[in-house]
Ligand binder design. Structure first.
Ligand code: HEC
Length: 268
């Protein structure tokens, strides 16, 4: 009789446990937990169910003396075995893998900035060289004593600034601004404003403020996100000065008036 109701109870509780497990998995899926977490949640639900069922188990016969000691030992070994097996079957957090990932990101950033610096220097040198040539030419054609008019060759700065904007666009990718901001029709998961027209709305100085101290500006209509501090407050620690300059130069070129970029509001 007692046994029969125990079996019934096991069935009932197992069913409840599975339902809770499935609900957990669905919620975890909806909130974008990695698959391994979804599996873990299910396992946790099953473990909980097991304990829940144990509460109903018929009491064991009382053990005494050496028998009790032996039972304790067996129980201890069983639990240890379960923990060790669990730990070796389930994937564990591995600091060396995480360190490796960070290393990779840093290497790419460093390489990019070094390459950018080199490109910029080469372009600047070229521009200066051309300008020097132009001046020498003018000098020789005018003869000594004549007033030399220095004309800005169009290439002065031109090539260099082109590179800076390409570098800035690369920063847009590397810093993953696209995770929250839509630009050129891609990226952003509705979390941040679309930025195609930001170059018309903010000066480079204001863009620098927004990037380094996001709370100084609020995009109109994004009150909730502003209050929650969705725009990360980390770029001043993360980015080199050259990278900041390049990213701002790139953002300043975004002047597509057909796109409704929200108005920036100065907060302090
Ligand atoms: C985690 C999401 C997130 C990331 C990543 C992010 N932002 Fe933002 N950003 C926001 C949100 C949300 C707002 C609107 C609320 C506010 O103004 O603080 C915003 C606002 C802005 C604005 C002001 C827009 C306006 O119309 O006023 C600019 C400019 C901006 N972000 C640039 C960037 C740049 C550049 C990066 C990459 C270095 C970046 N954001 C990364 C979430 C993000």
């Amino acid at each position: 009789m007692a046994n029969q109701s125990f079996t019934k109870n096991v069935l009932k509780k197992t069913t409840i446990g599975i339902i809770i497990g499935v609900i957990l998995v669905v919620v975890a899926q909806q909130t974008h937990f990695p698959q391994i977490f979804q599996i873990m949640f299910f396992i946790y639900a099953m473990l909980g169910t097991f304990v829940f069922i144990l509460l109903d188990a018929p009491p064991m016969k009382r053990l005494e003396g050496f028998k009790a000691l032996g039972a304790l030992l067996v129980f201890y070994l069983l639990l240890s075995g379960m923990y060790i097996a669990g730990a070796s079957i389930l994937p564990q957090f591995d600091p060396t893998i995480e360190a490796g990932k960070i290393e990779k990101v840093l290497k790419r950033r460093k390489a990019a900035s070094e390459q950018g610096k080199a490109d910029e220097l080469i372009a600047r040198t070229k521009a200066l060289d051309e300008r020097a040539k132009a001046i020498t030419q003018q000098l020789s054609s005018l003869g000594a004593g004549a007033k030399v008019e220095v004309v800005d060759t169009p290439s002065a700065g031109g090539a260099a600034s082109g590179d800076i904007i390409a570098l800035g666009k690369e920063q847009w990718e590397l810093q993953e601004c696209y995770n929250c901001h839509k630009l050129f029709g891609s990226g952003g998961k509705k979390r941040g404003p679309i930025l195609d027209n930001i170059g018309n709305l903010m000066t480079p100085e204001q863009l620098r403020e927004k990037l380094l101290y996001p709370k100084k500006w609020k995009a109109e209509g994004f009150d909730k996100q502003y209050k929650k501090g969705k725009m990360p407050d980390k770029y001043r620690d993360l980015m080199f000065e050259e990278e900041i300059v390049a990213l701002i130069a790139f953002l300043s070129t975004l002047k597509d008036t057909s796109v409704d970029t929200p108005k920036p509001i100065k907060m302090y």
